[in-house]
Design a protein around this ligand. Structure first.
Ligand SMILES: C[S@@+](CC[C@H](N)C(=O)[O-])C[C@H]1O[C@@H](n2cnc3c(N)ncnc32)[C@H](O)[C@@H]1O
Length: 291
């Protein structure tokens, strides 16, 4: 979409790993610092609440509480269940971080948010309001087709990656940097086109990181390097600084370093920081703690 000038003037890519809560980190960052932000937040914030259904009846004697006029009441528990608060609280957790992400994004920057289909629509409505609906560019479907298959419904084998451009009229989309994939029916397009391959659509077929592969770090939510490399190459320029503030095993950092971009990788989990440190040792990362 726009020229590919290097914003930072840096000759070599640097990697900065930050251990700590990302909200505090983000609040300390200057406006407009990053041209590309990718985040893959955790789905479930982990807390659970209890839901109790009670039947209350008036009694002449006993009971467990006193109401209006000194009358006595007895409550009987009909049911008790606990439920995850992820839907109520998910945006309470993620929302303030996305607001900060929009602030630290450069005027021609892009935000990619990687989500589970069970939550992506909540976040999409939030981002539409935050950026304006015109800023929405794509809902990328990462389809992987790996692992067990239920026989009770269509097996769920995709994630959703939402792409928002801060300015819908000015963002980085380097068409020439897109990798090519094979045609489904190469015989129909002629040998030259078949050899070159085609550009992908908004559905990206890519296997998960196979358990026995060299790419595997052992971090449970690790995403494939190929997905991150495509985002980094097409949506930033060499020398730009890429931010991932839910960095996990550092896939974004590896994609950035291997493509001449600097990165800032934030995670609150010391295990993630340890894995990033070893994974990105080839790029001599600096490691700091915040908060
Ligand atoms: C789904 S994982 C990211 C995986 C990553 N994309 C990868 O390829 O390895 C989400 C990460 O967010 C981190 N996280 C959760 N809450 C955080 C917070 N408040 N601040 C910083 N990191 C947080 C978790 O420790 C976890 O590593």
């Amino acid at each position: 979409m726009r020229g590919m000038a290097n914003r930072t003037g840096e000759e070599t890519a640097s990697v900065r790993i930050v251990e700590g809560d990302n909200l505090g980190f983000l609040r300390g960052e200057p406006d407009g610092r990053y041209r590309l932000i990718y985040v893959d937040p955790p789905f479930n914030t982990g807390s659970r609440r209890e839901l109790r259904r009670l039947k209350t009846e008036r009694v002449e004697e006993g009971g467990d509480r006193t109401g209006f006029g000194g009358k006595r009441y007895r409550s009987t528990e009909l049911s008790r269940e606990s439920y995850g608060d992820r839907f109520d609280d998910y945006l309470g957790f993620l929302g303030p971080r996305l607001v900060e992400a929009a602030r630290v994004l450069d005027d021609d920057g892009s935000l990619f948010v990687h989500l589970d289909p069970r939550e992506s629509h909540y976040v999409k409505v939030f981002l539409d309001e935050l950026f304006g609906r015109a800023s929405f560019q794509n809902e990328i479907v990462w389809a992987y087709d790996y692992g067990g298959r239920t026989k009770r419904r269509w097996p769920a084998k995709h994630d959703v990656i939402l792409w928002y451009a801060k300015d819908p009229g000015n963002f980085v989309f380097d068409y020439d940097a897109i990798d090519r994939i094979p045609y489904m029916a190469p015989g129909l397009v002629g040998p030259e086109k078949a050899k070159r391959g085609k550009t992908p659509t908004d559905v990206w077929w890519q296997t998960i990181v196979p358990p026995a592969s060299r790419e595997r770090t052992g971090y449970p939510t690790q995403k494939p390097l190929a997905v991150l490399e495509r985002i980094v190459r097409v949506h930033s320029a060499p020398g730009d600084v890429v931010l991932d503030f839910f960095a996990g095993s550092g896939t974004t950092g590896e994609a950035a370093a291997r493509n001449g971009r600097s990165s800032v990788l934030v995670d609150s989990n010391p295990d993630a920081v340890r894995i990033m440190e070893s994974r990105l040792a080839f790029a001599n990362p600096t490691i700091v703690s915040v908060g």
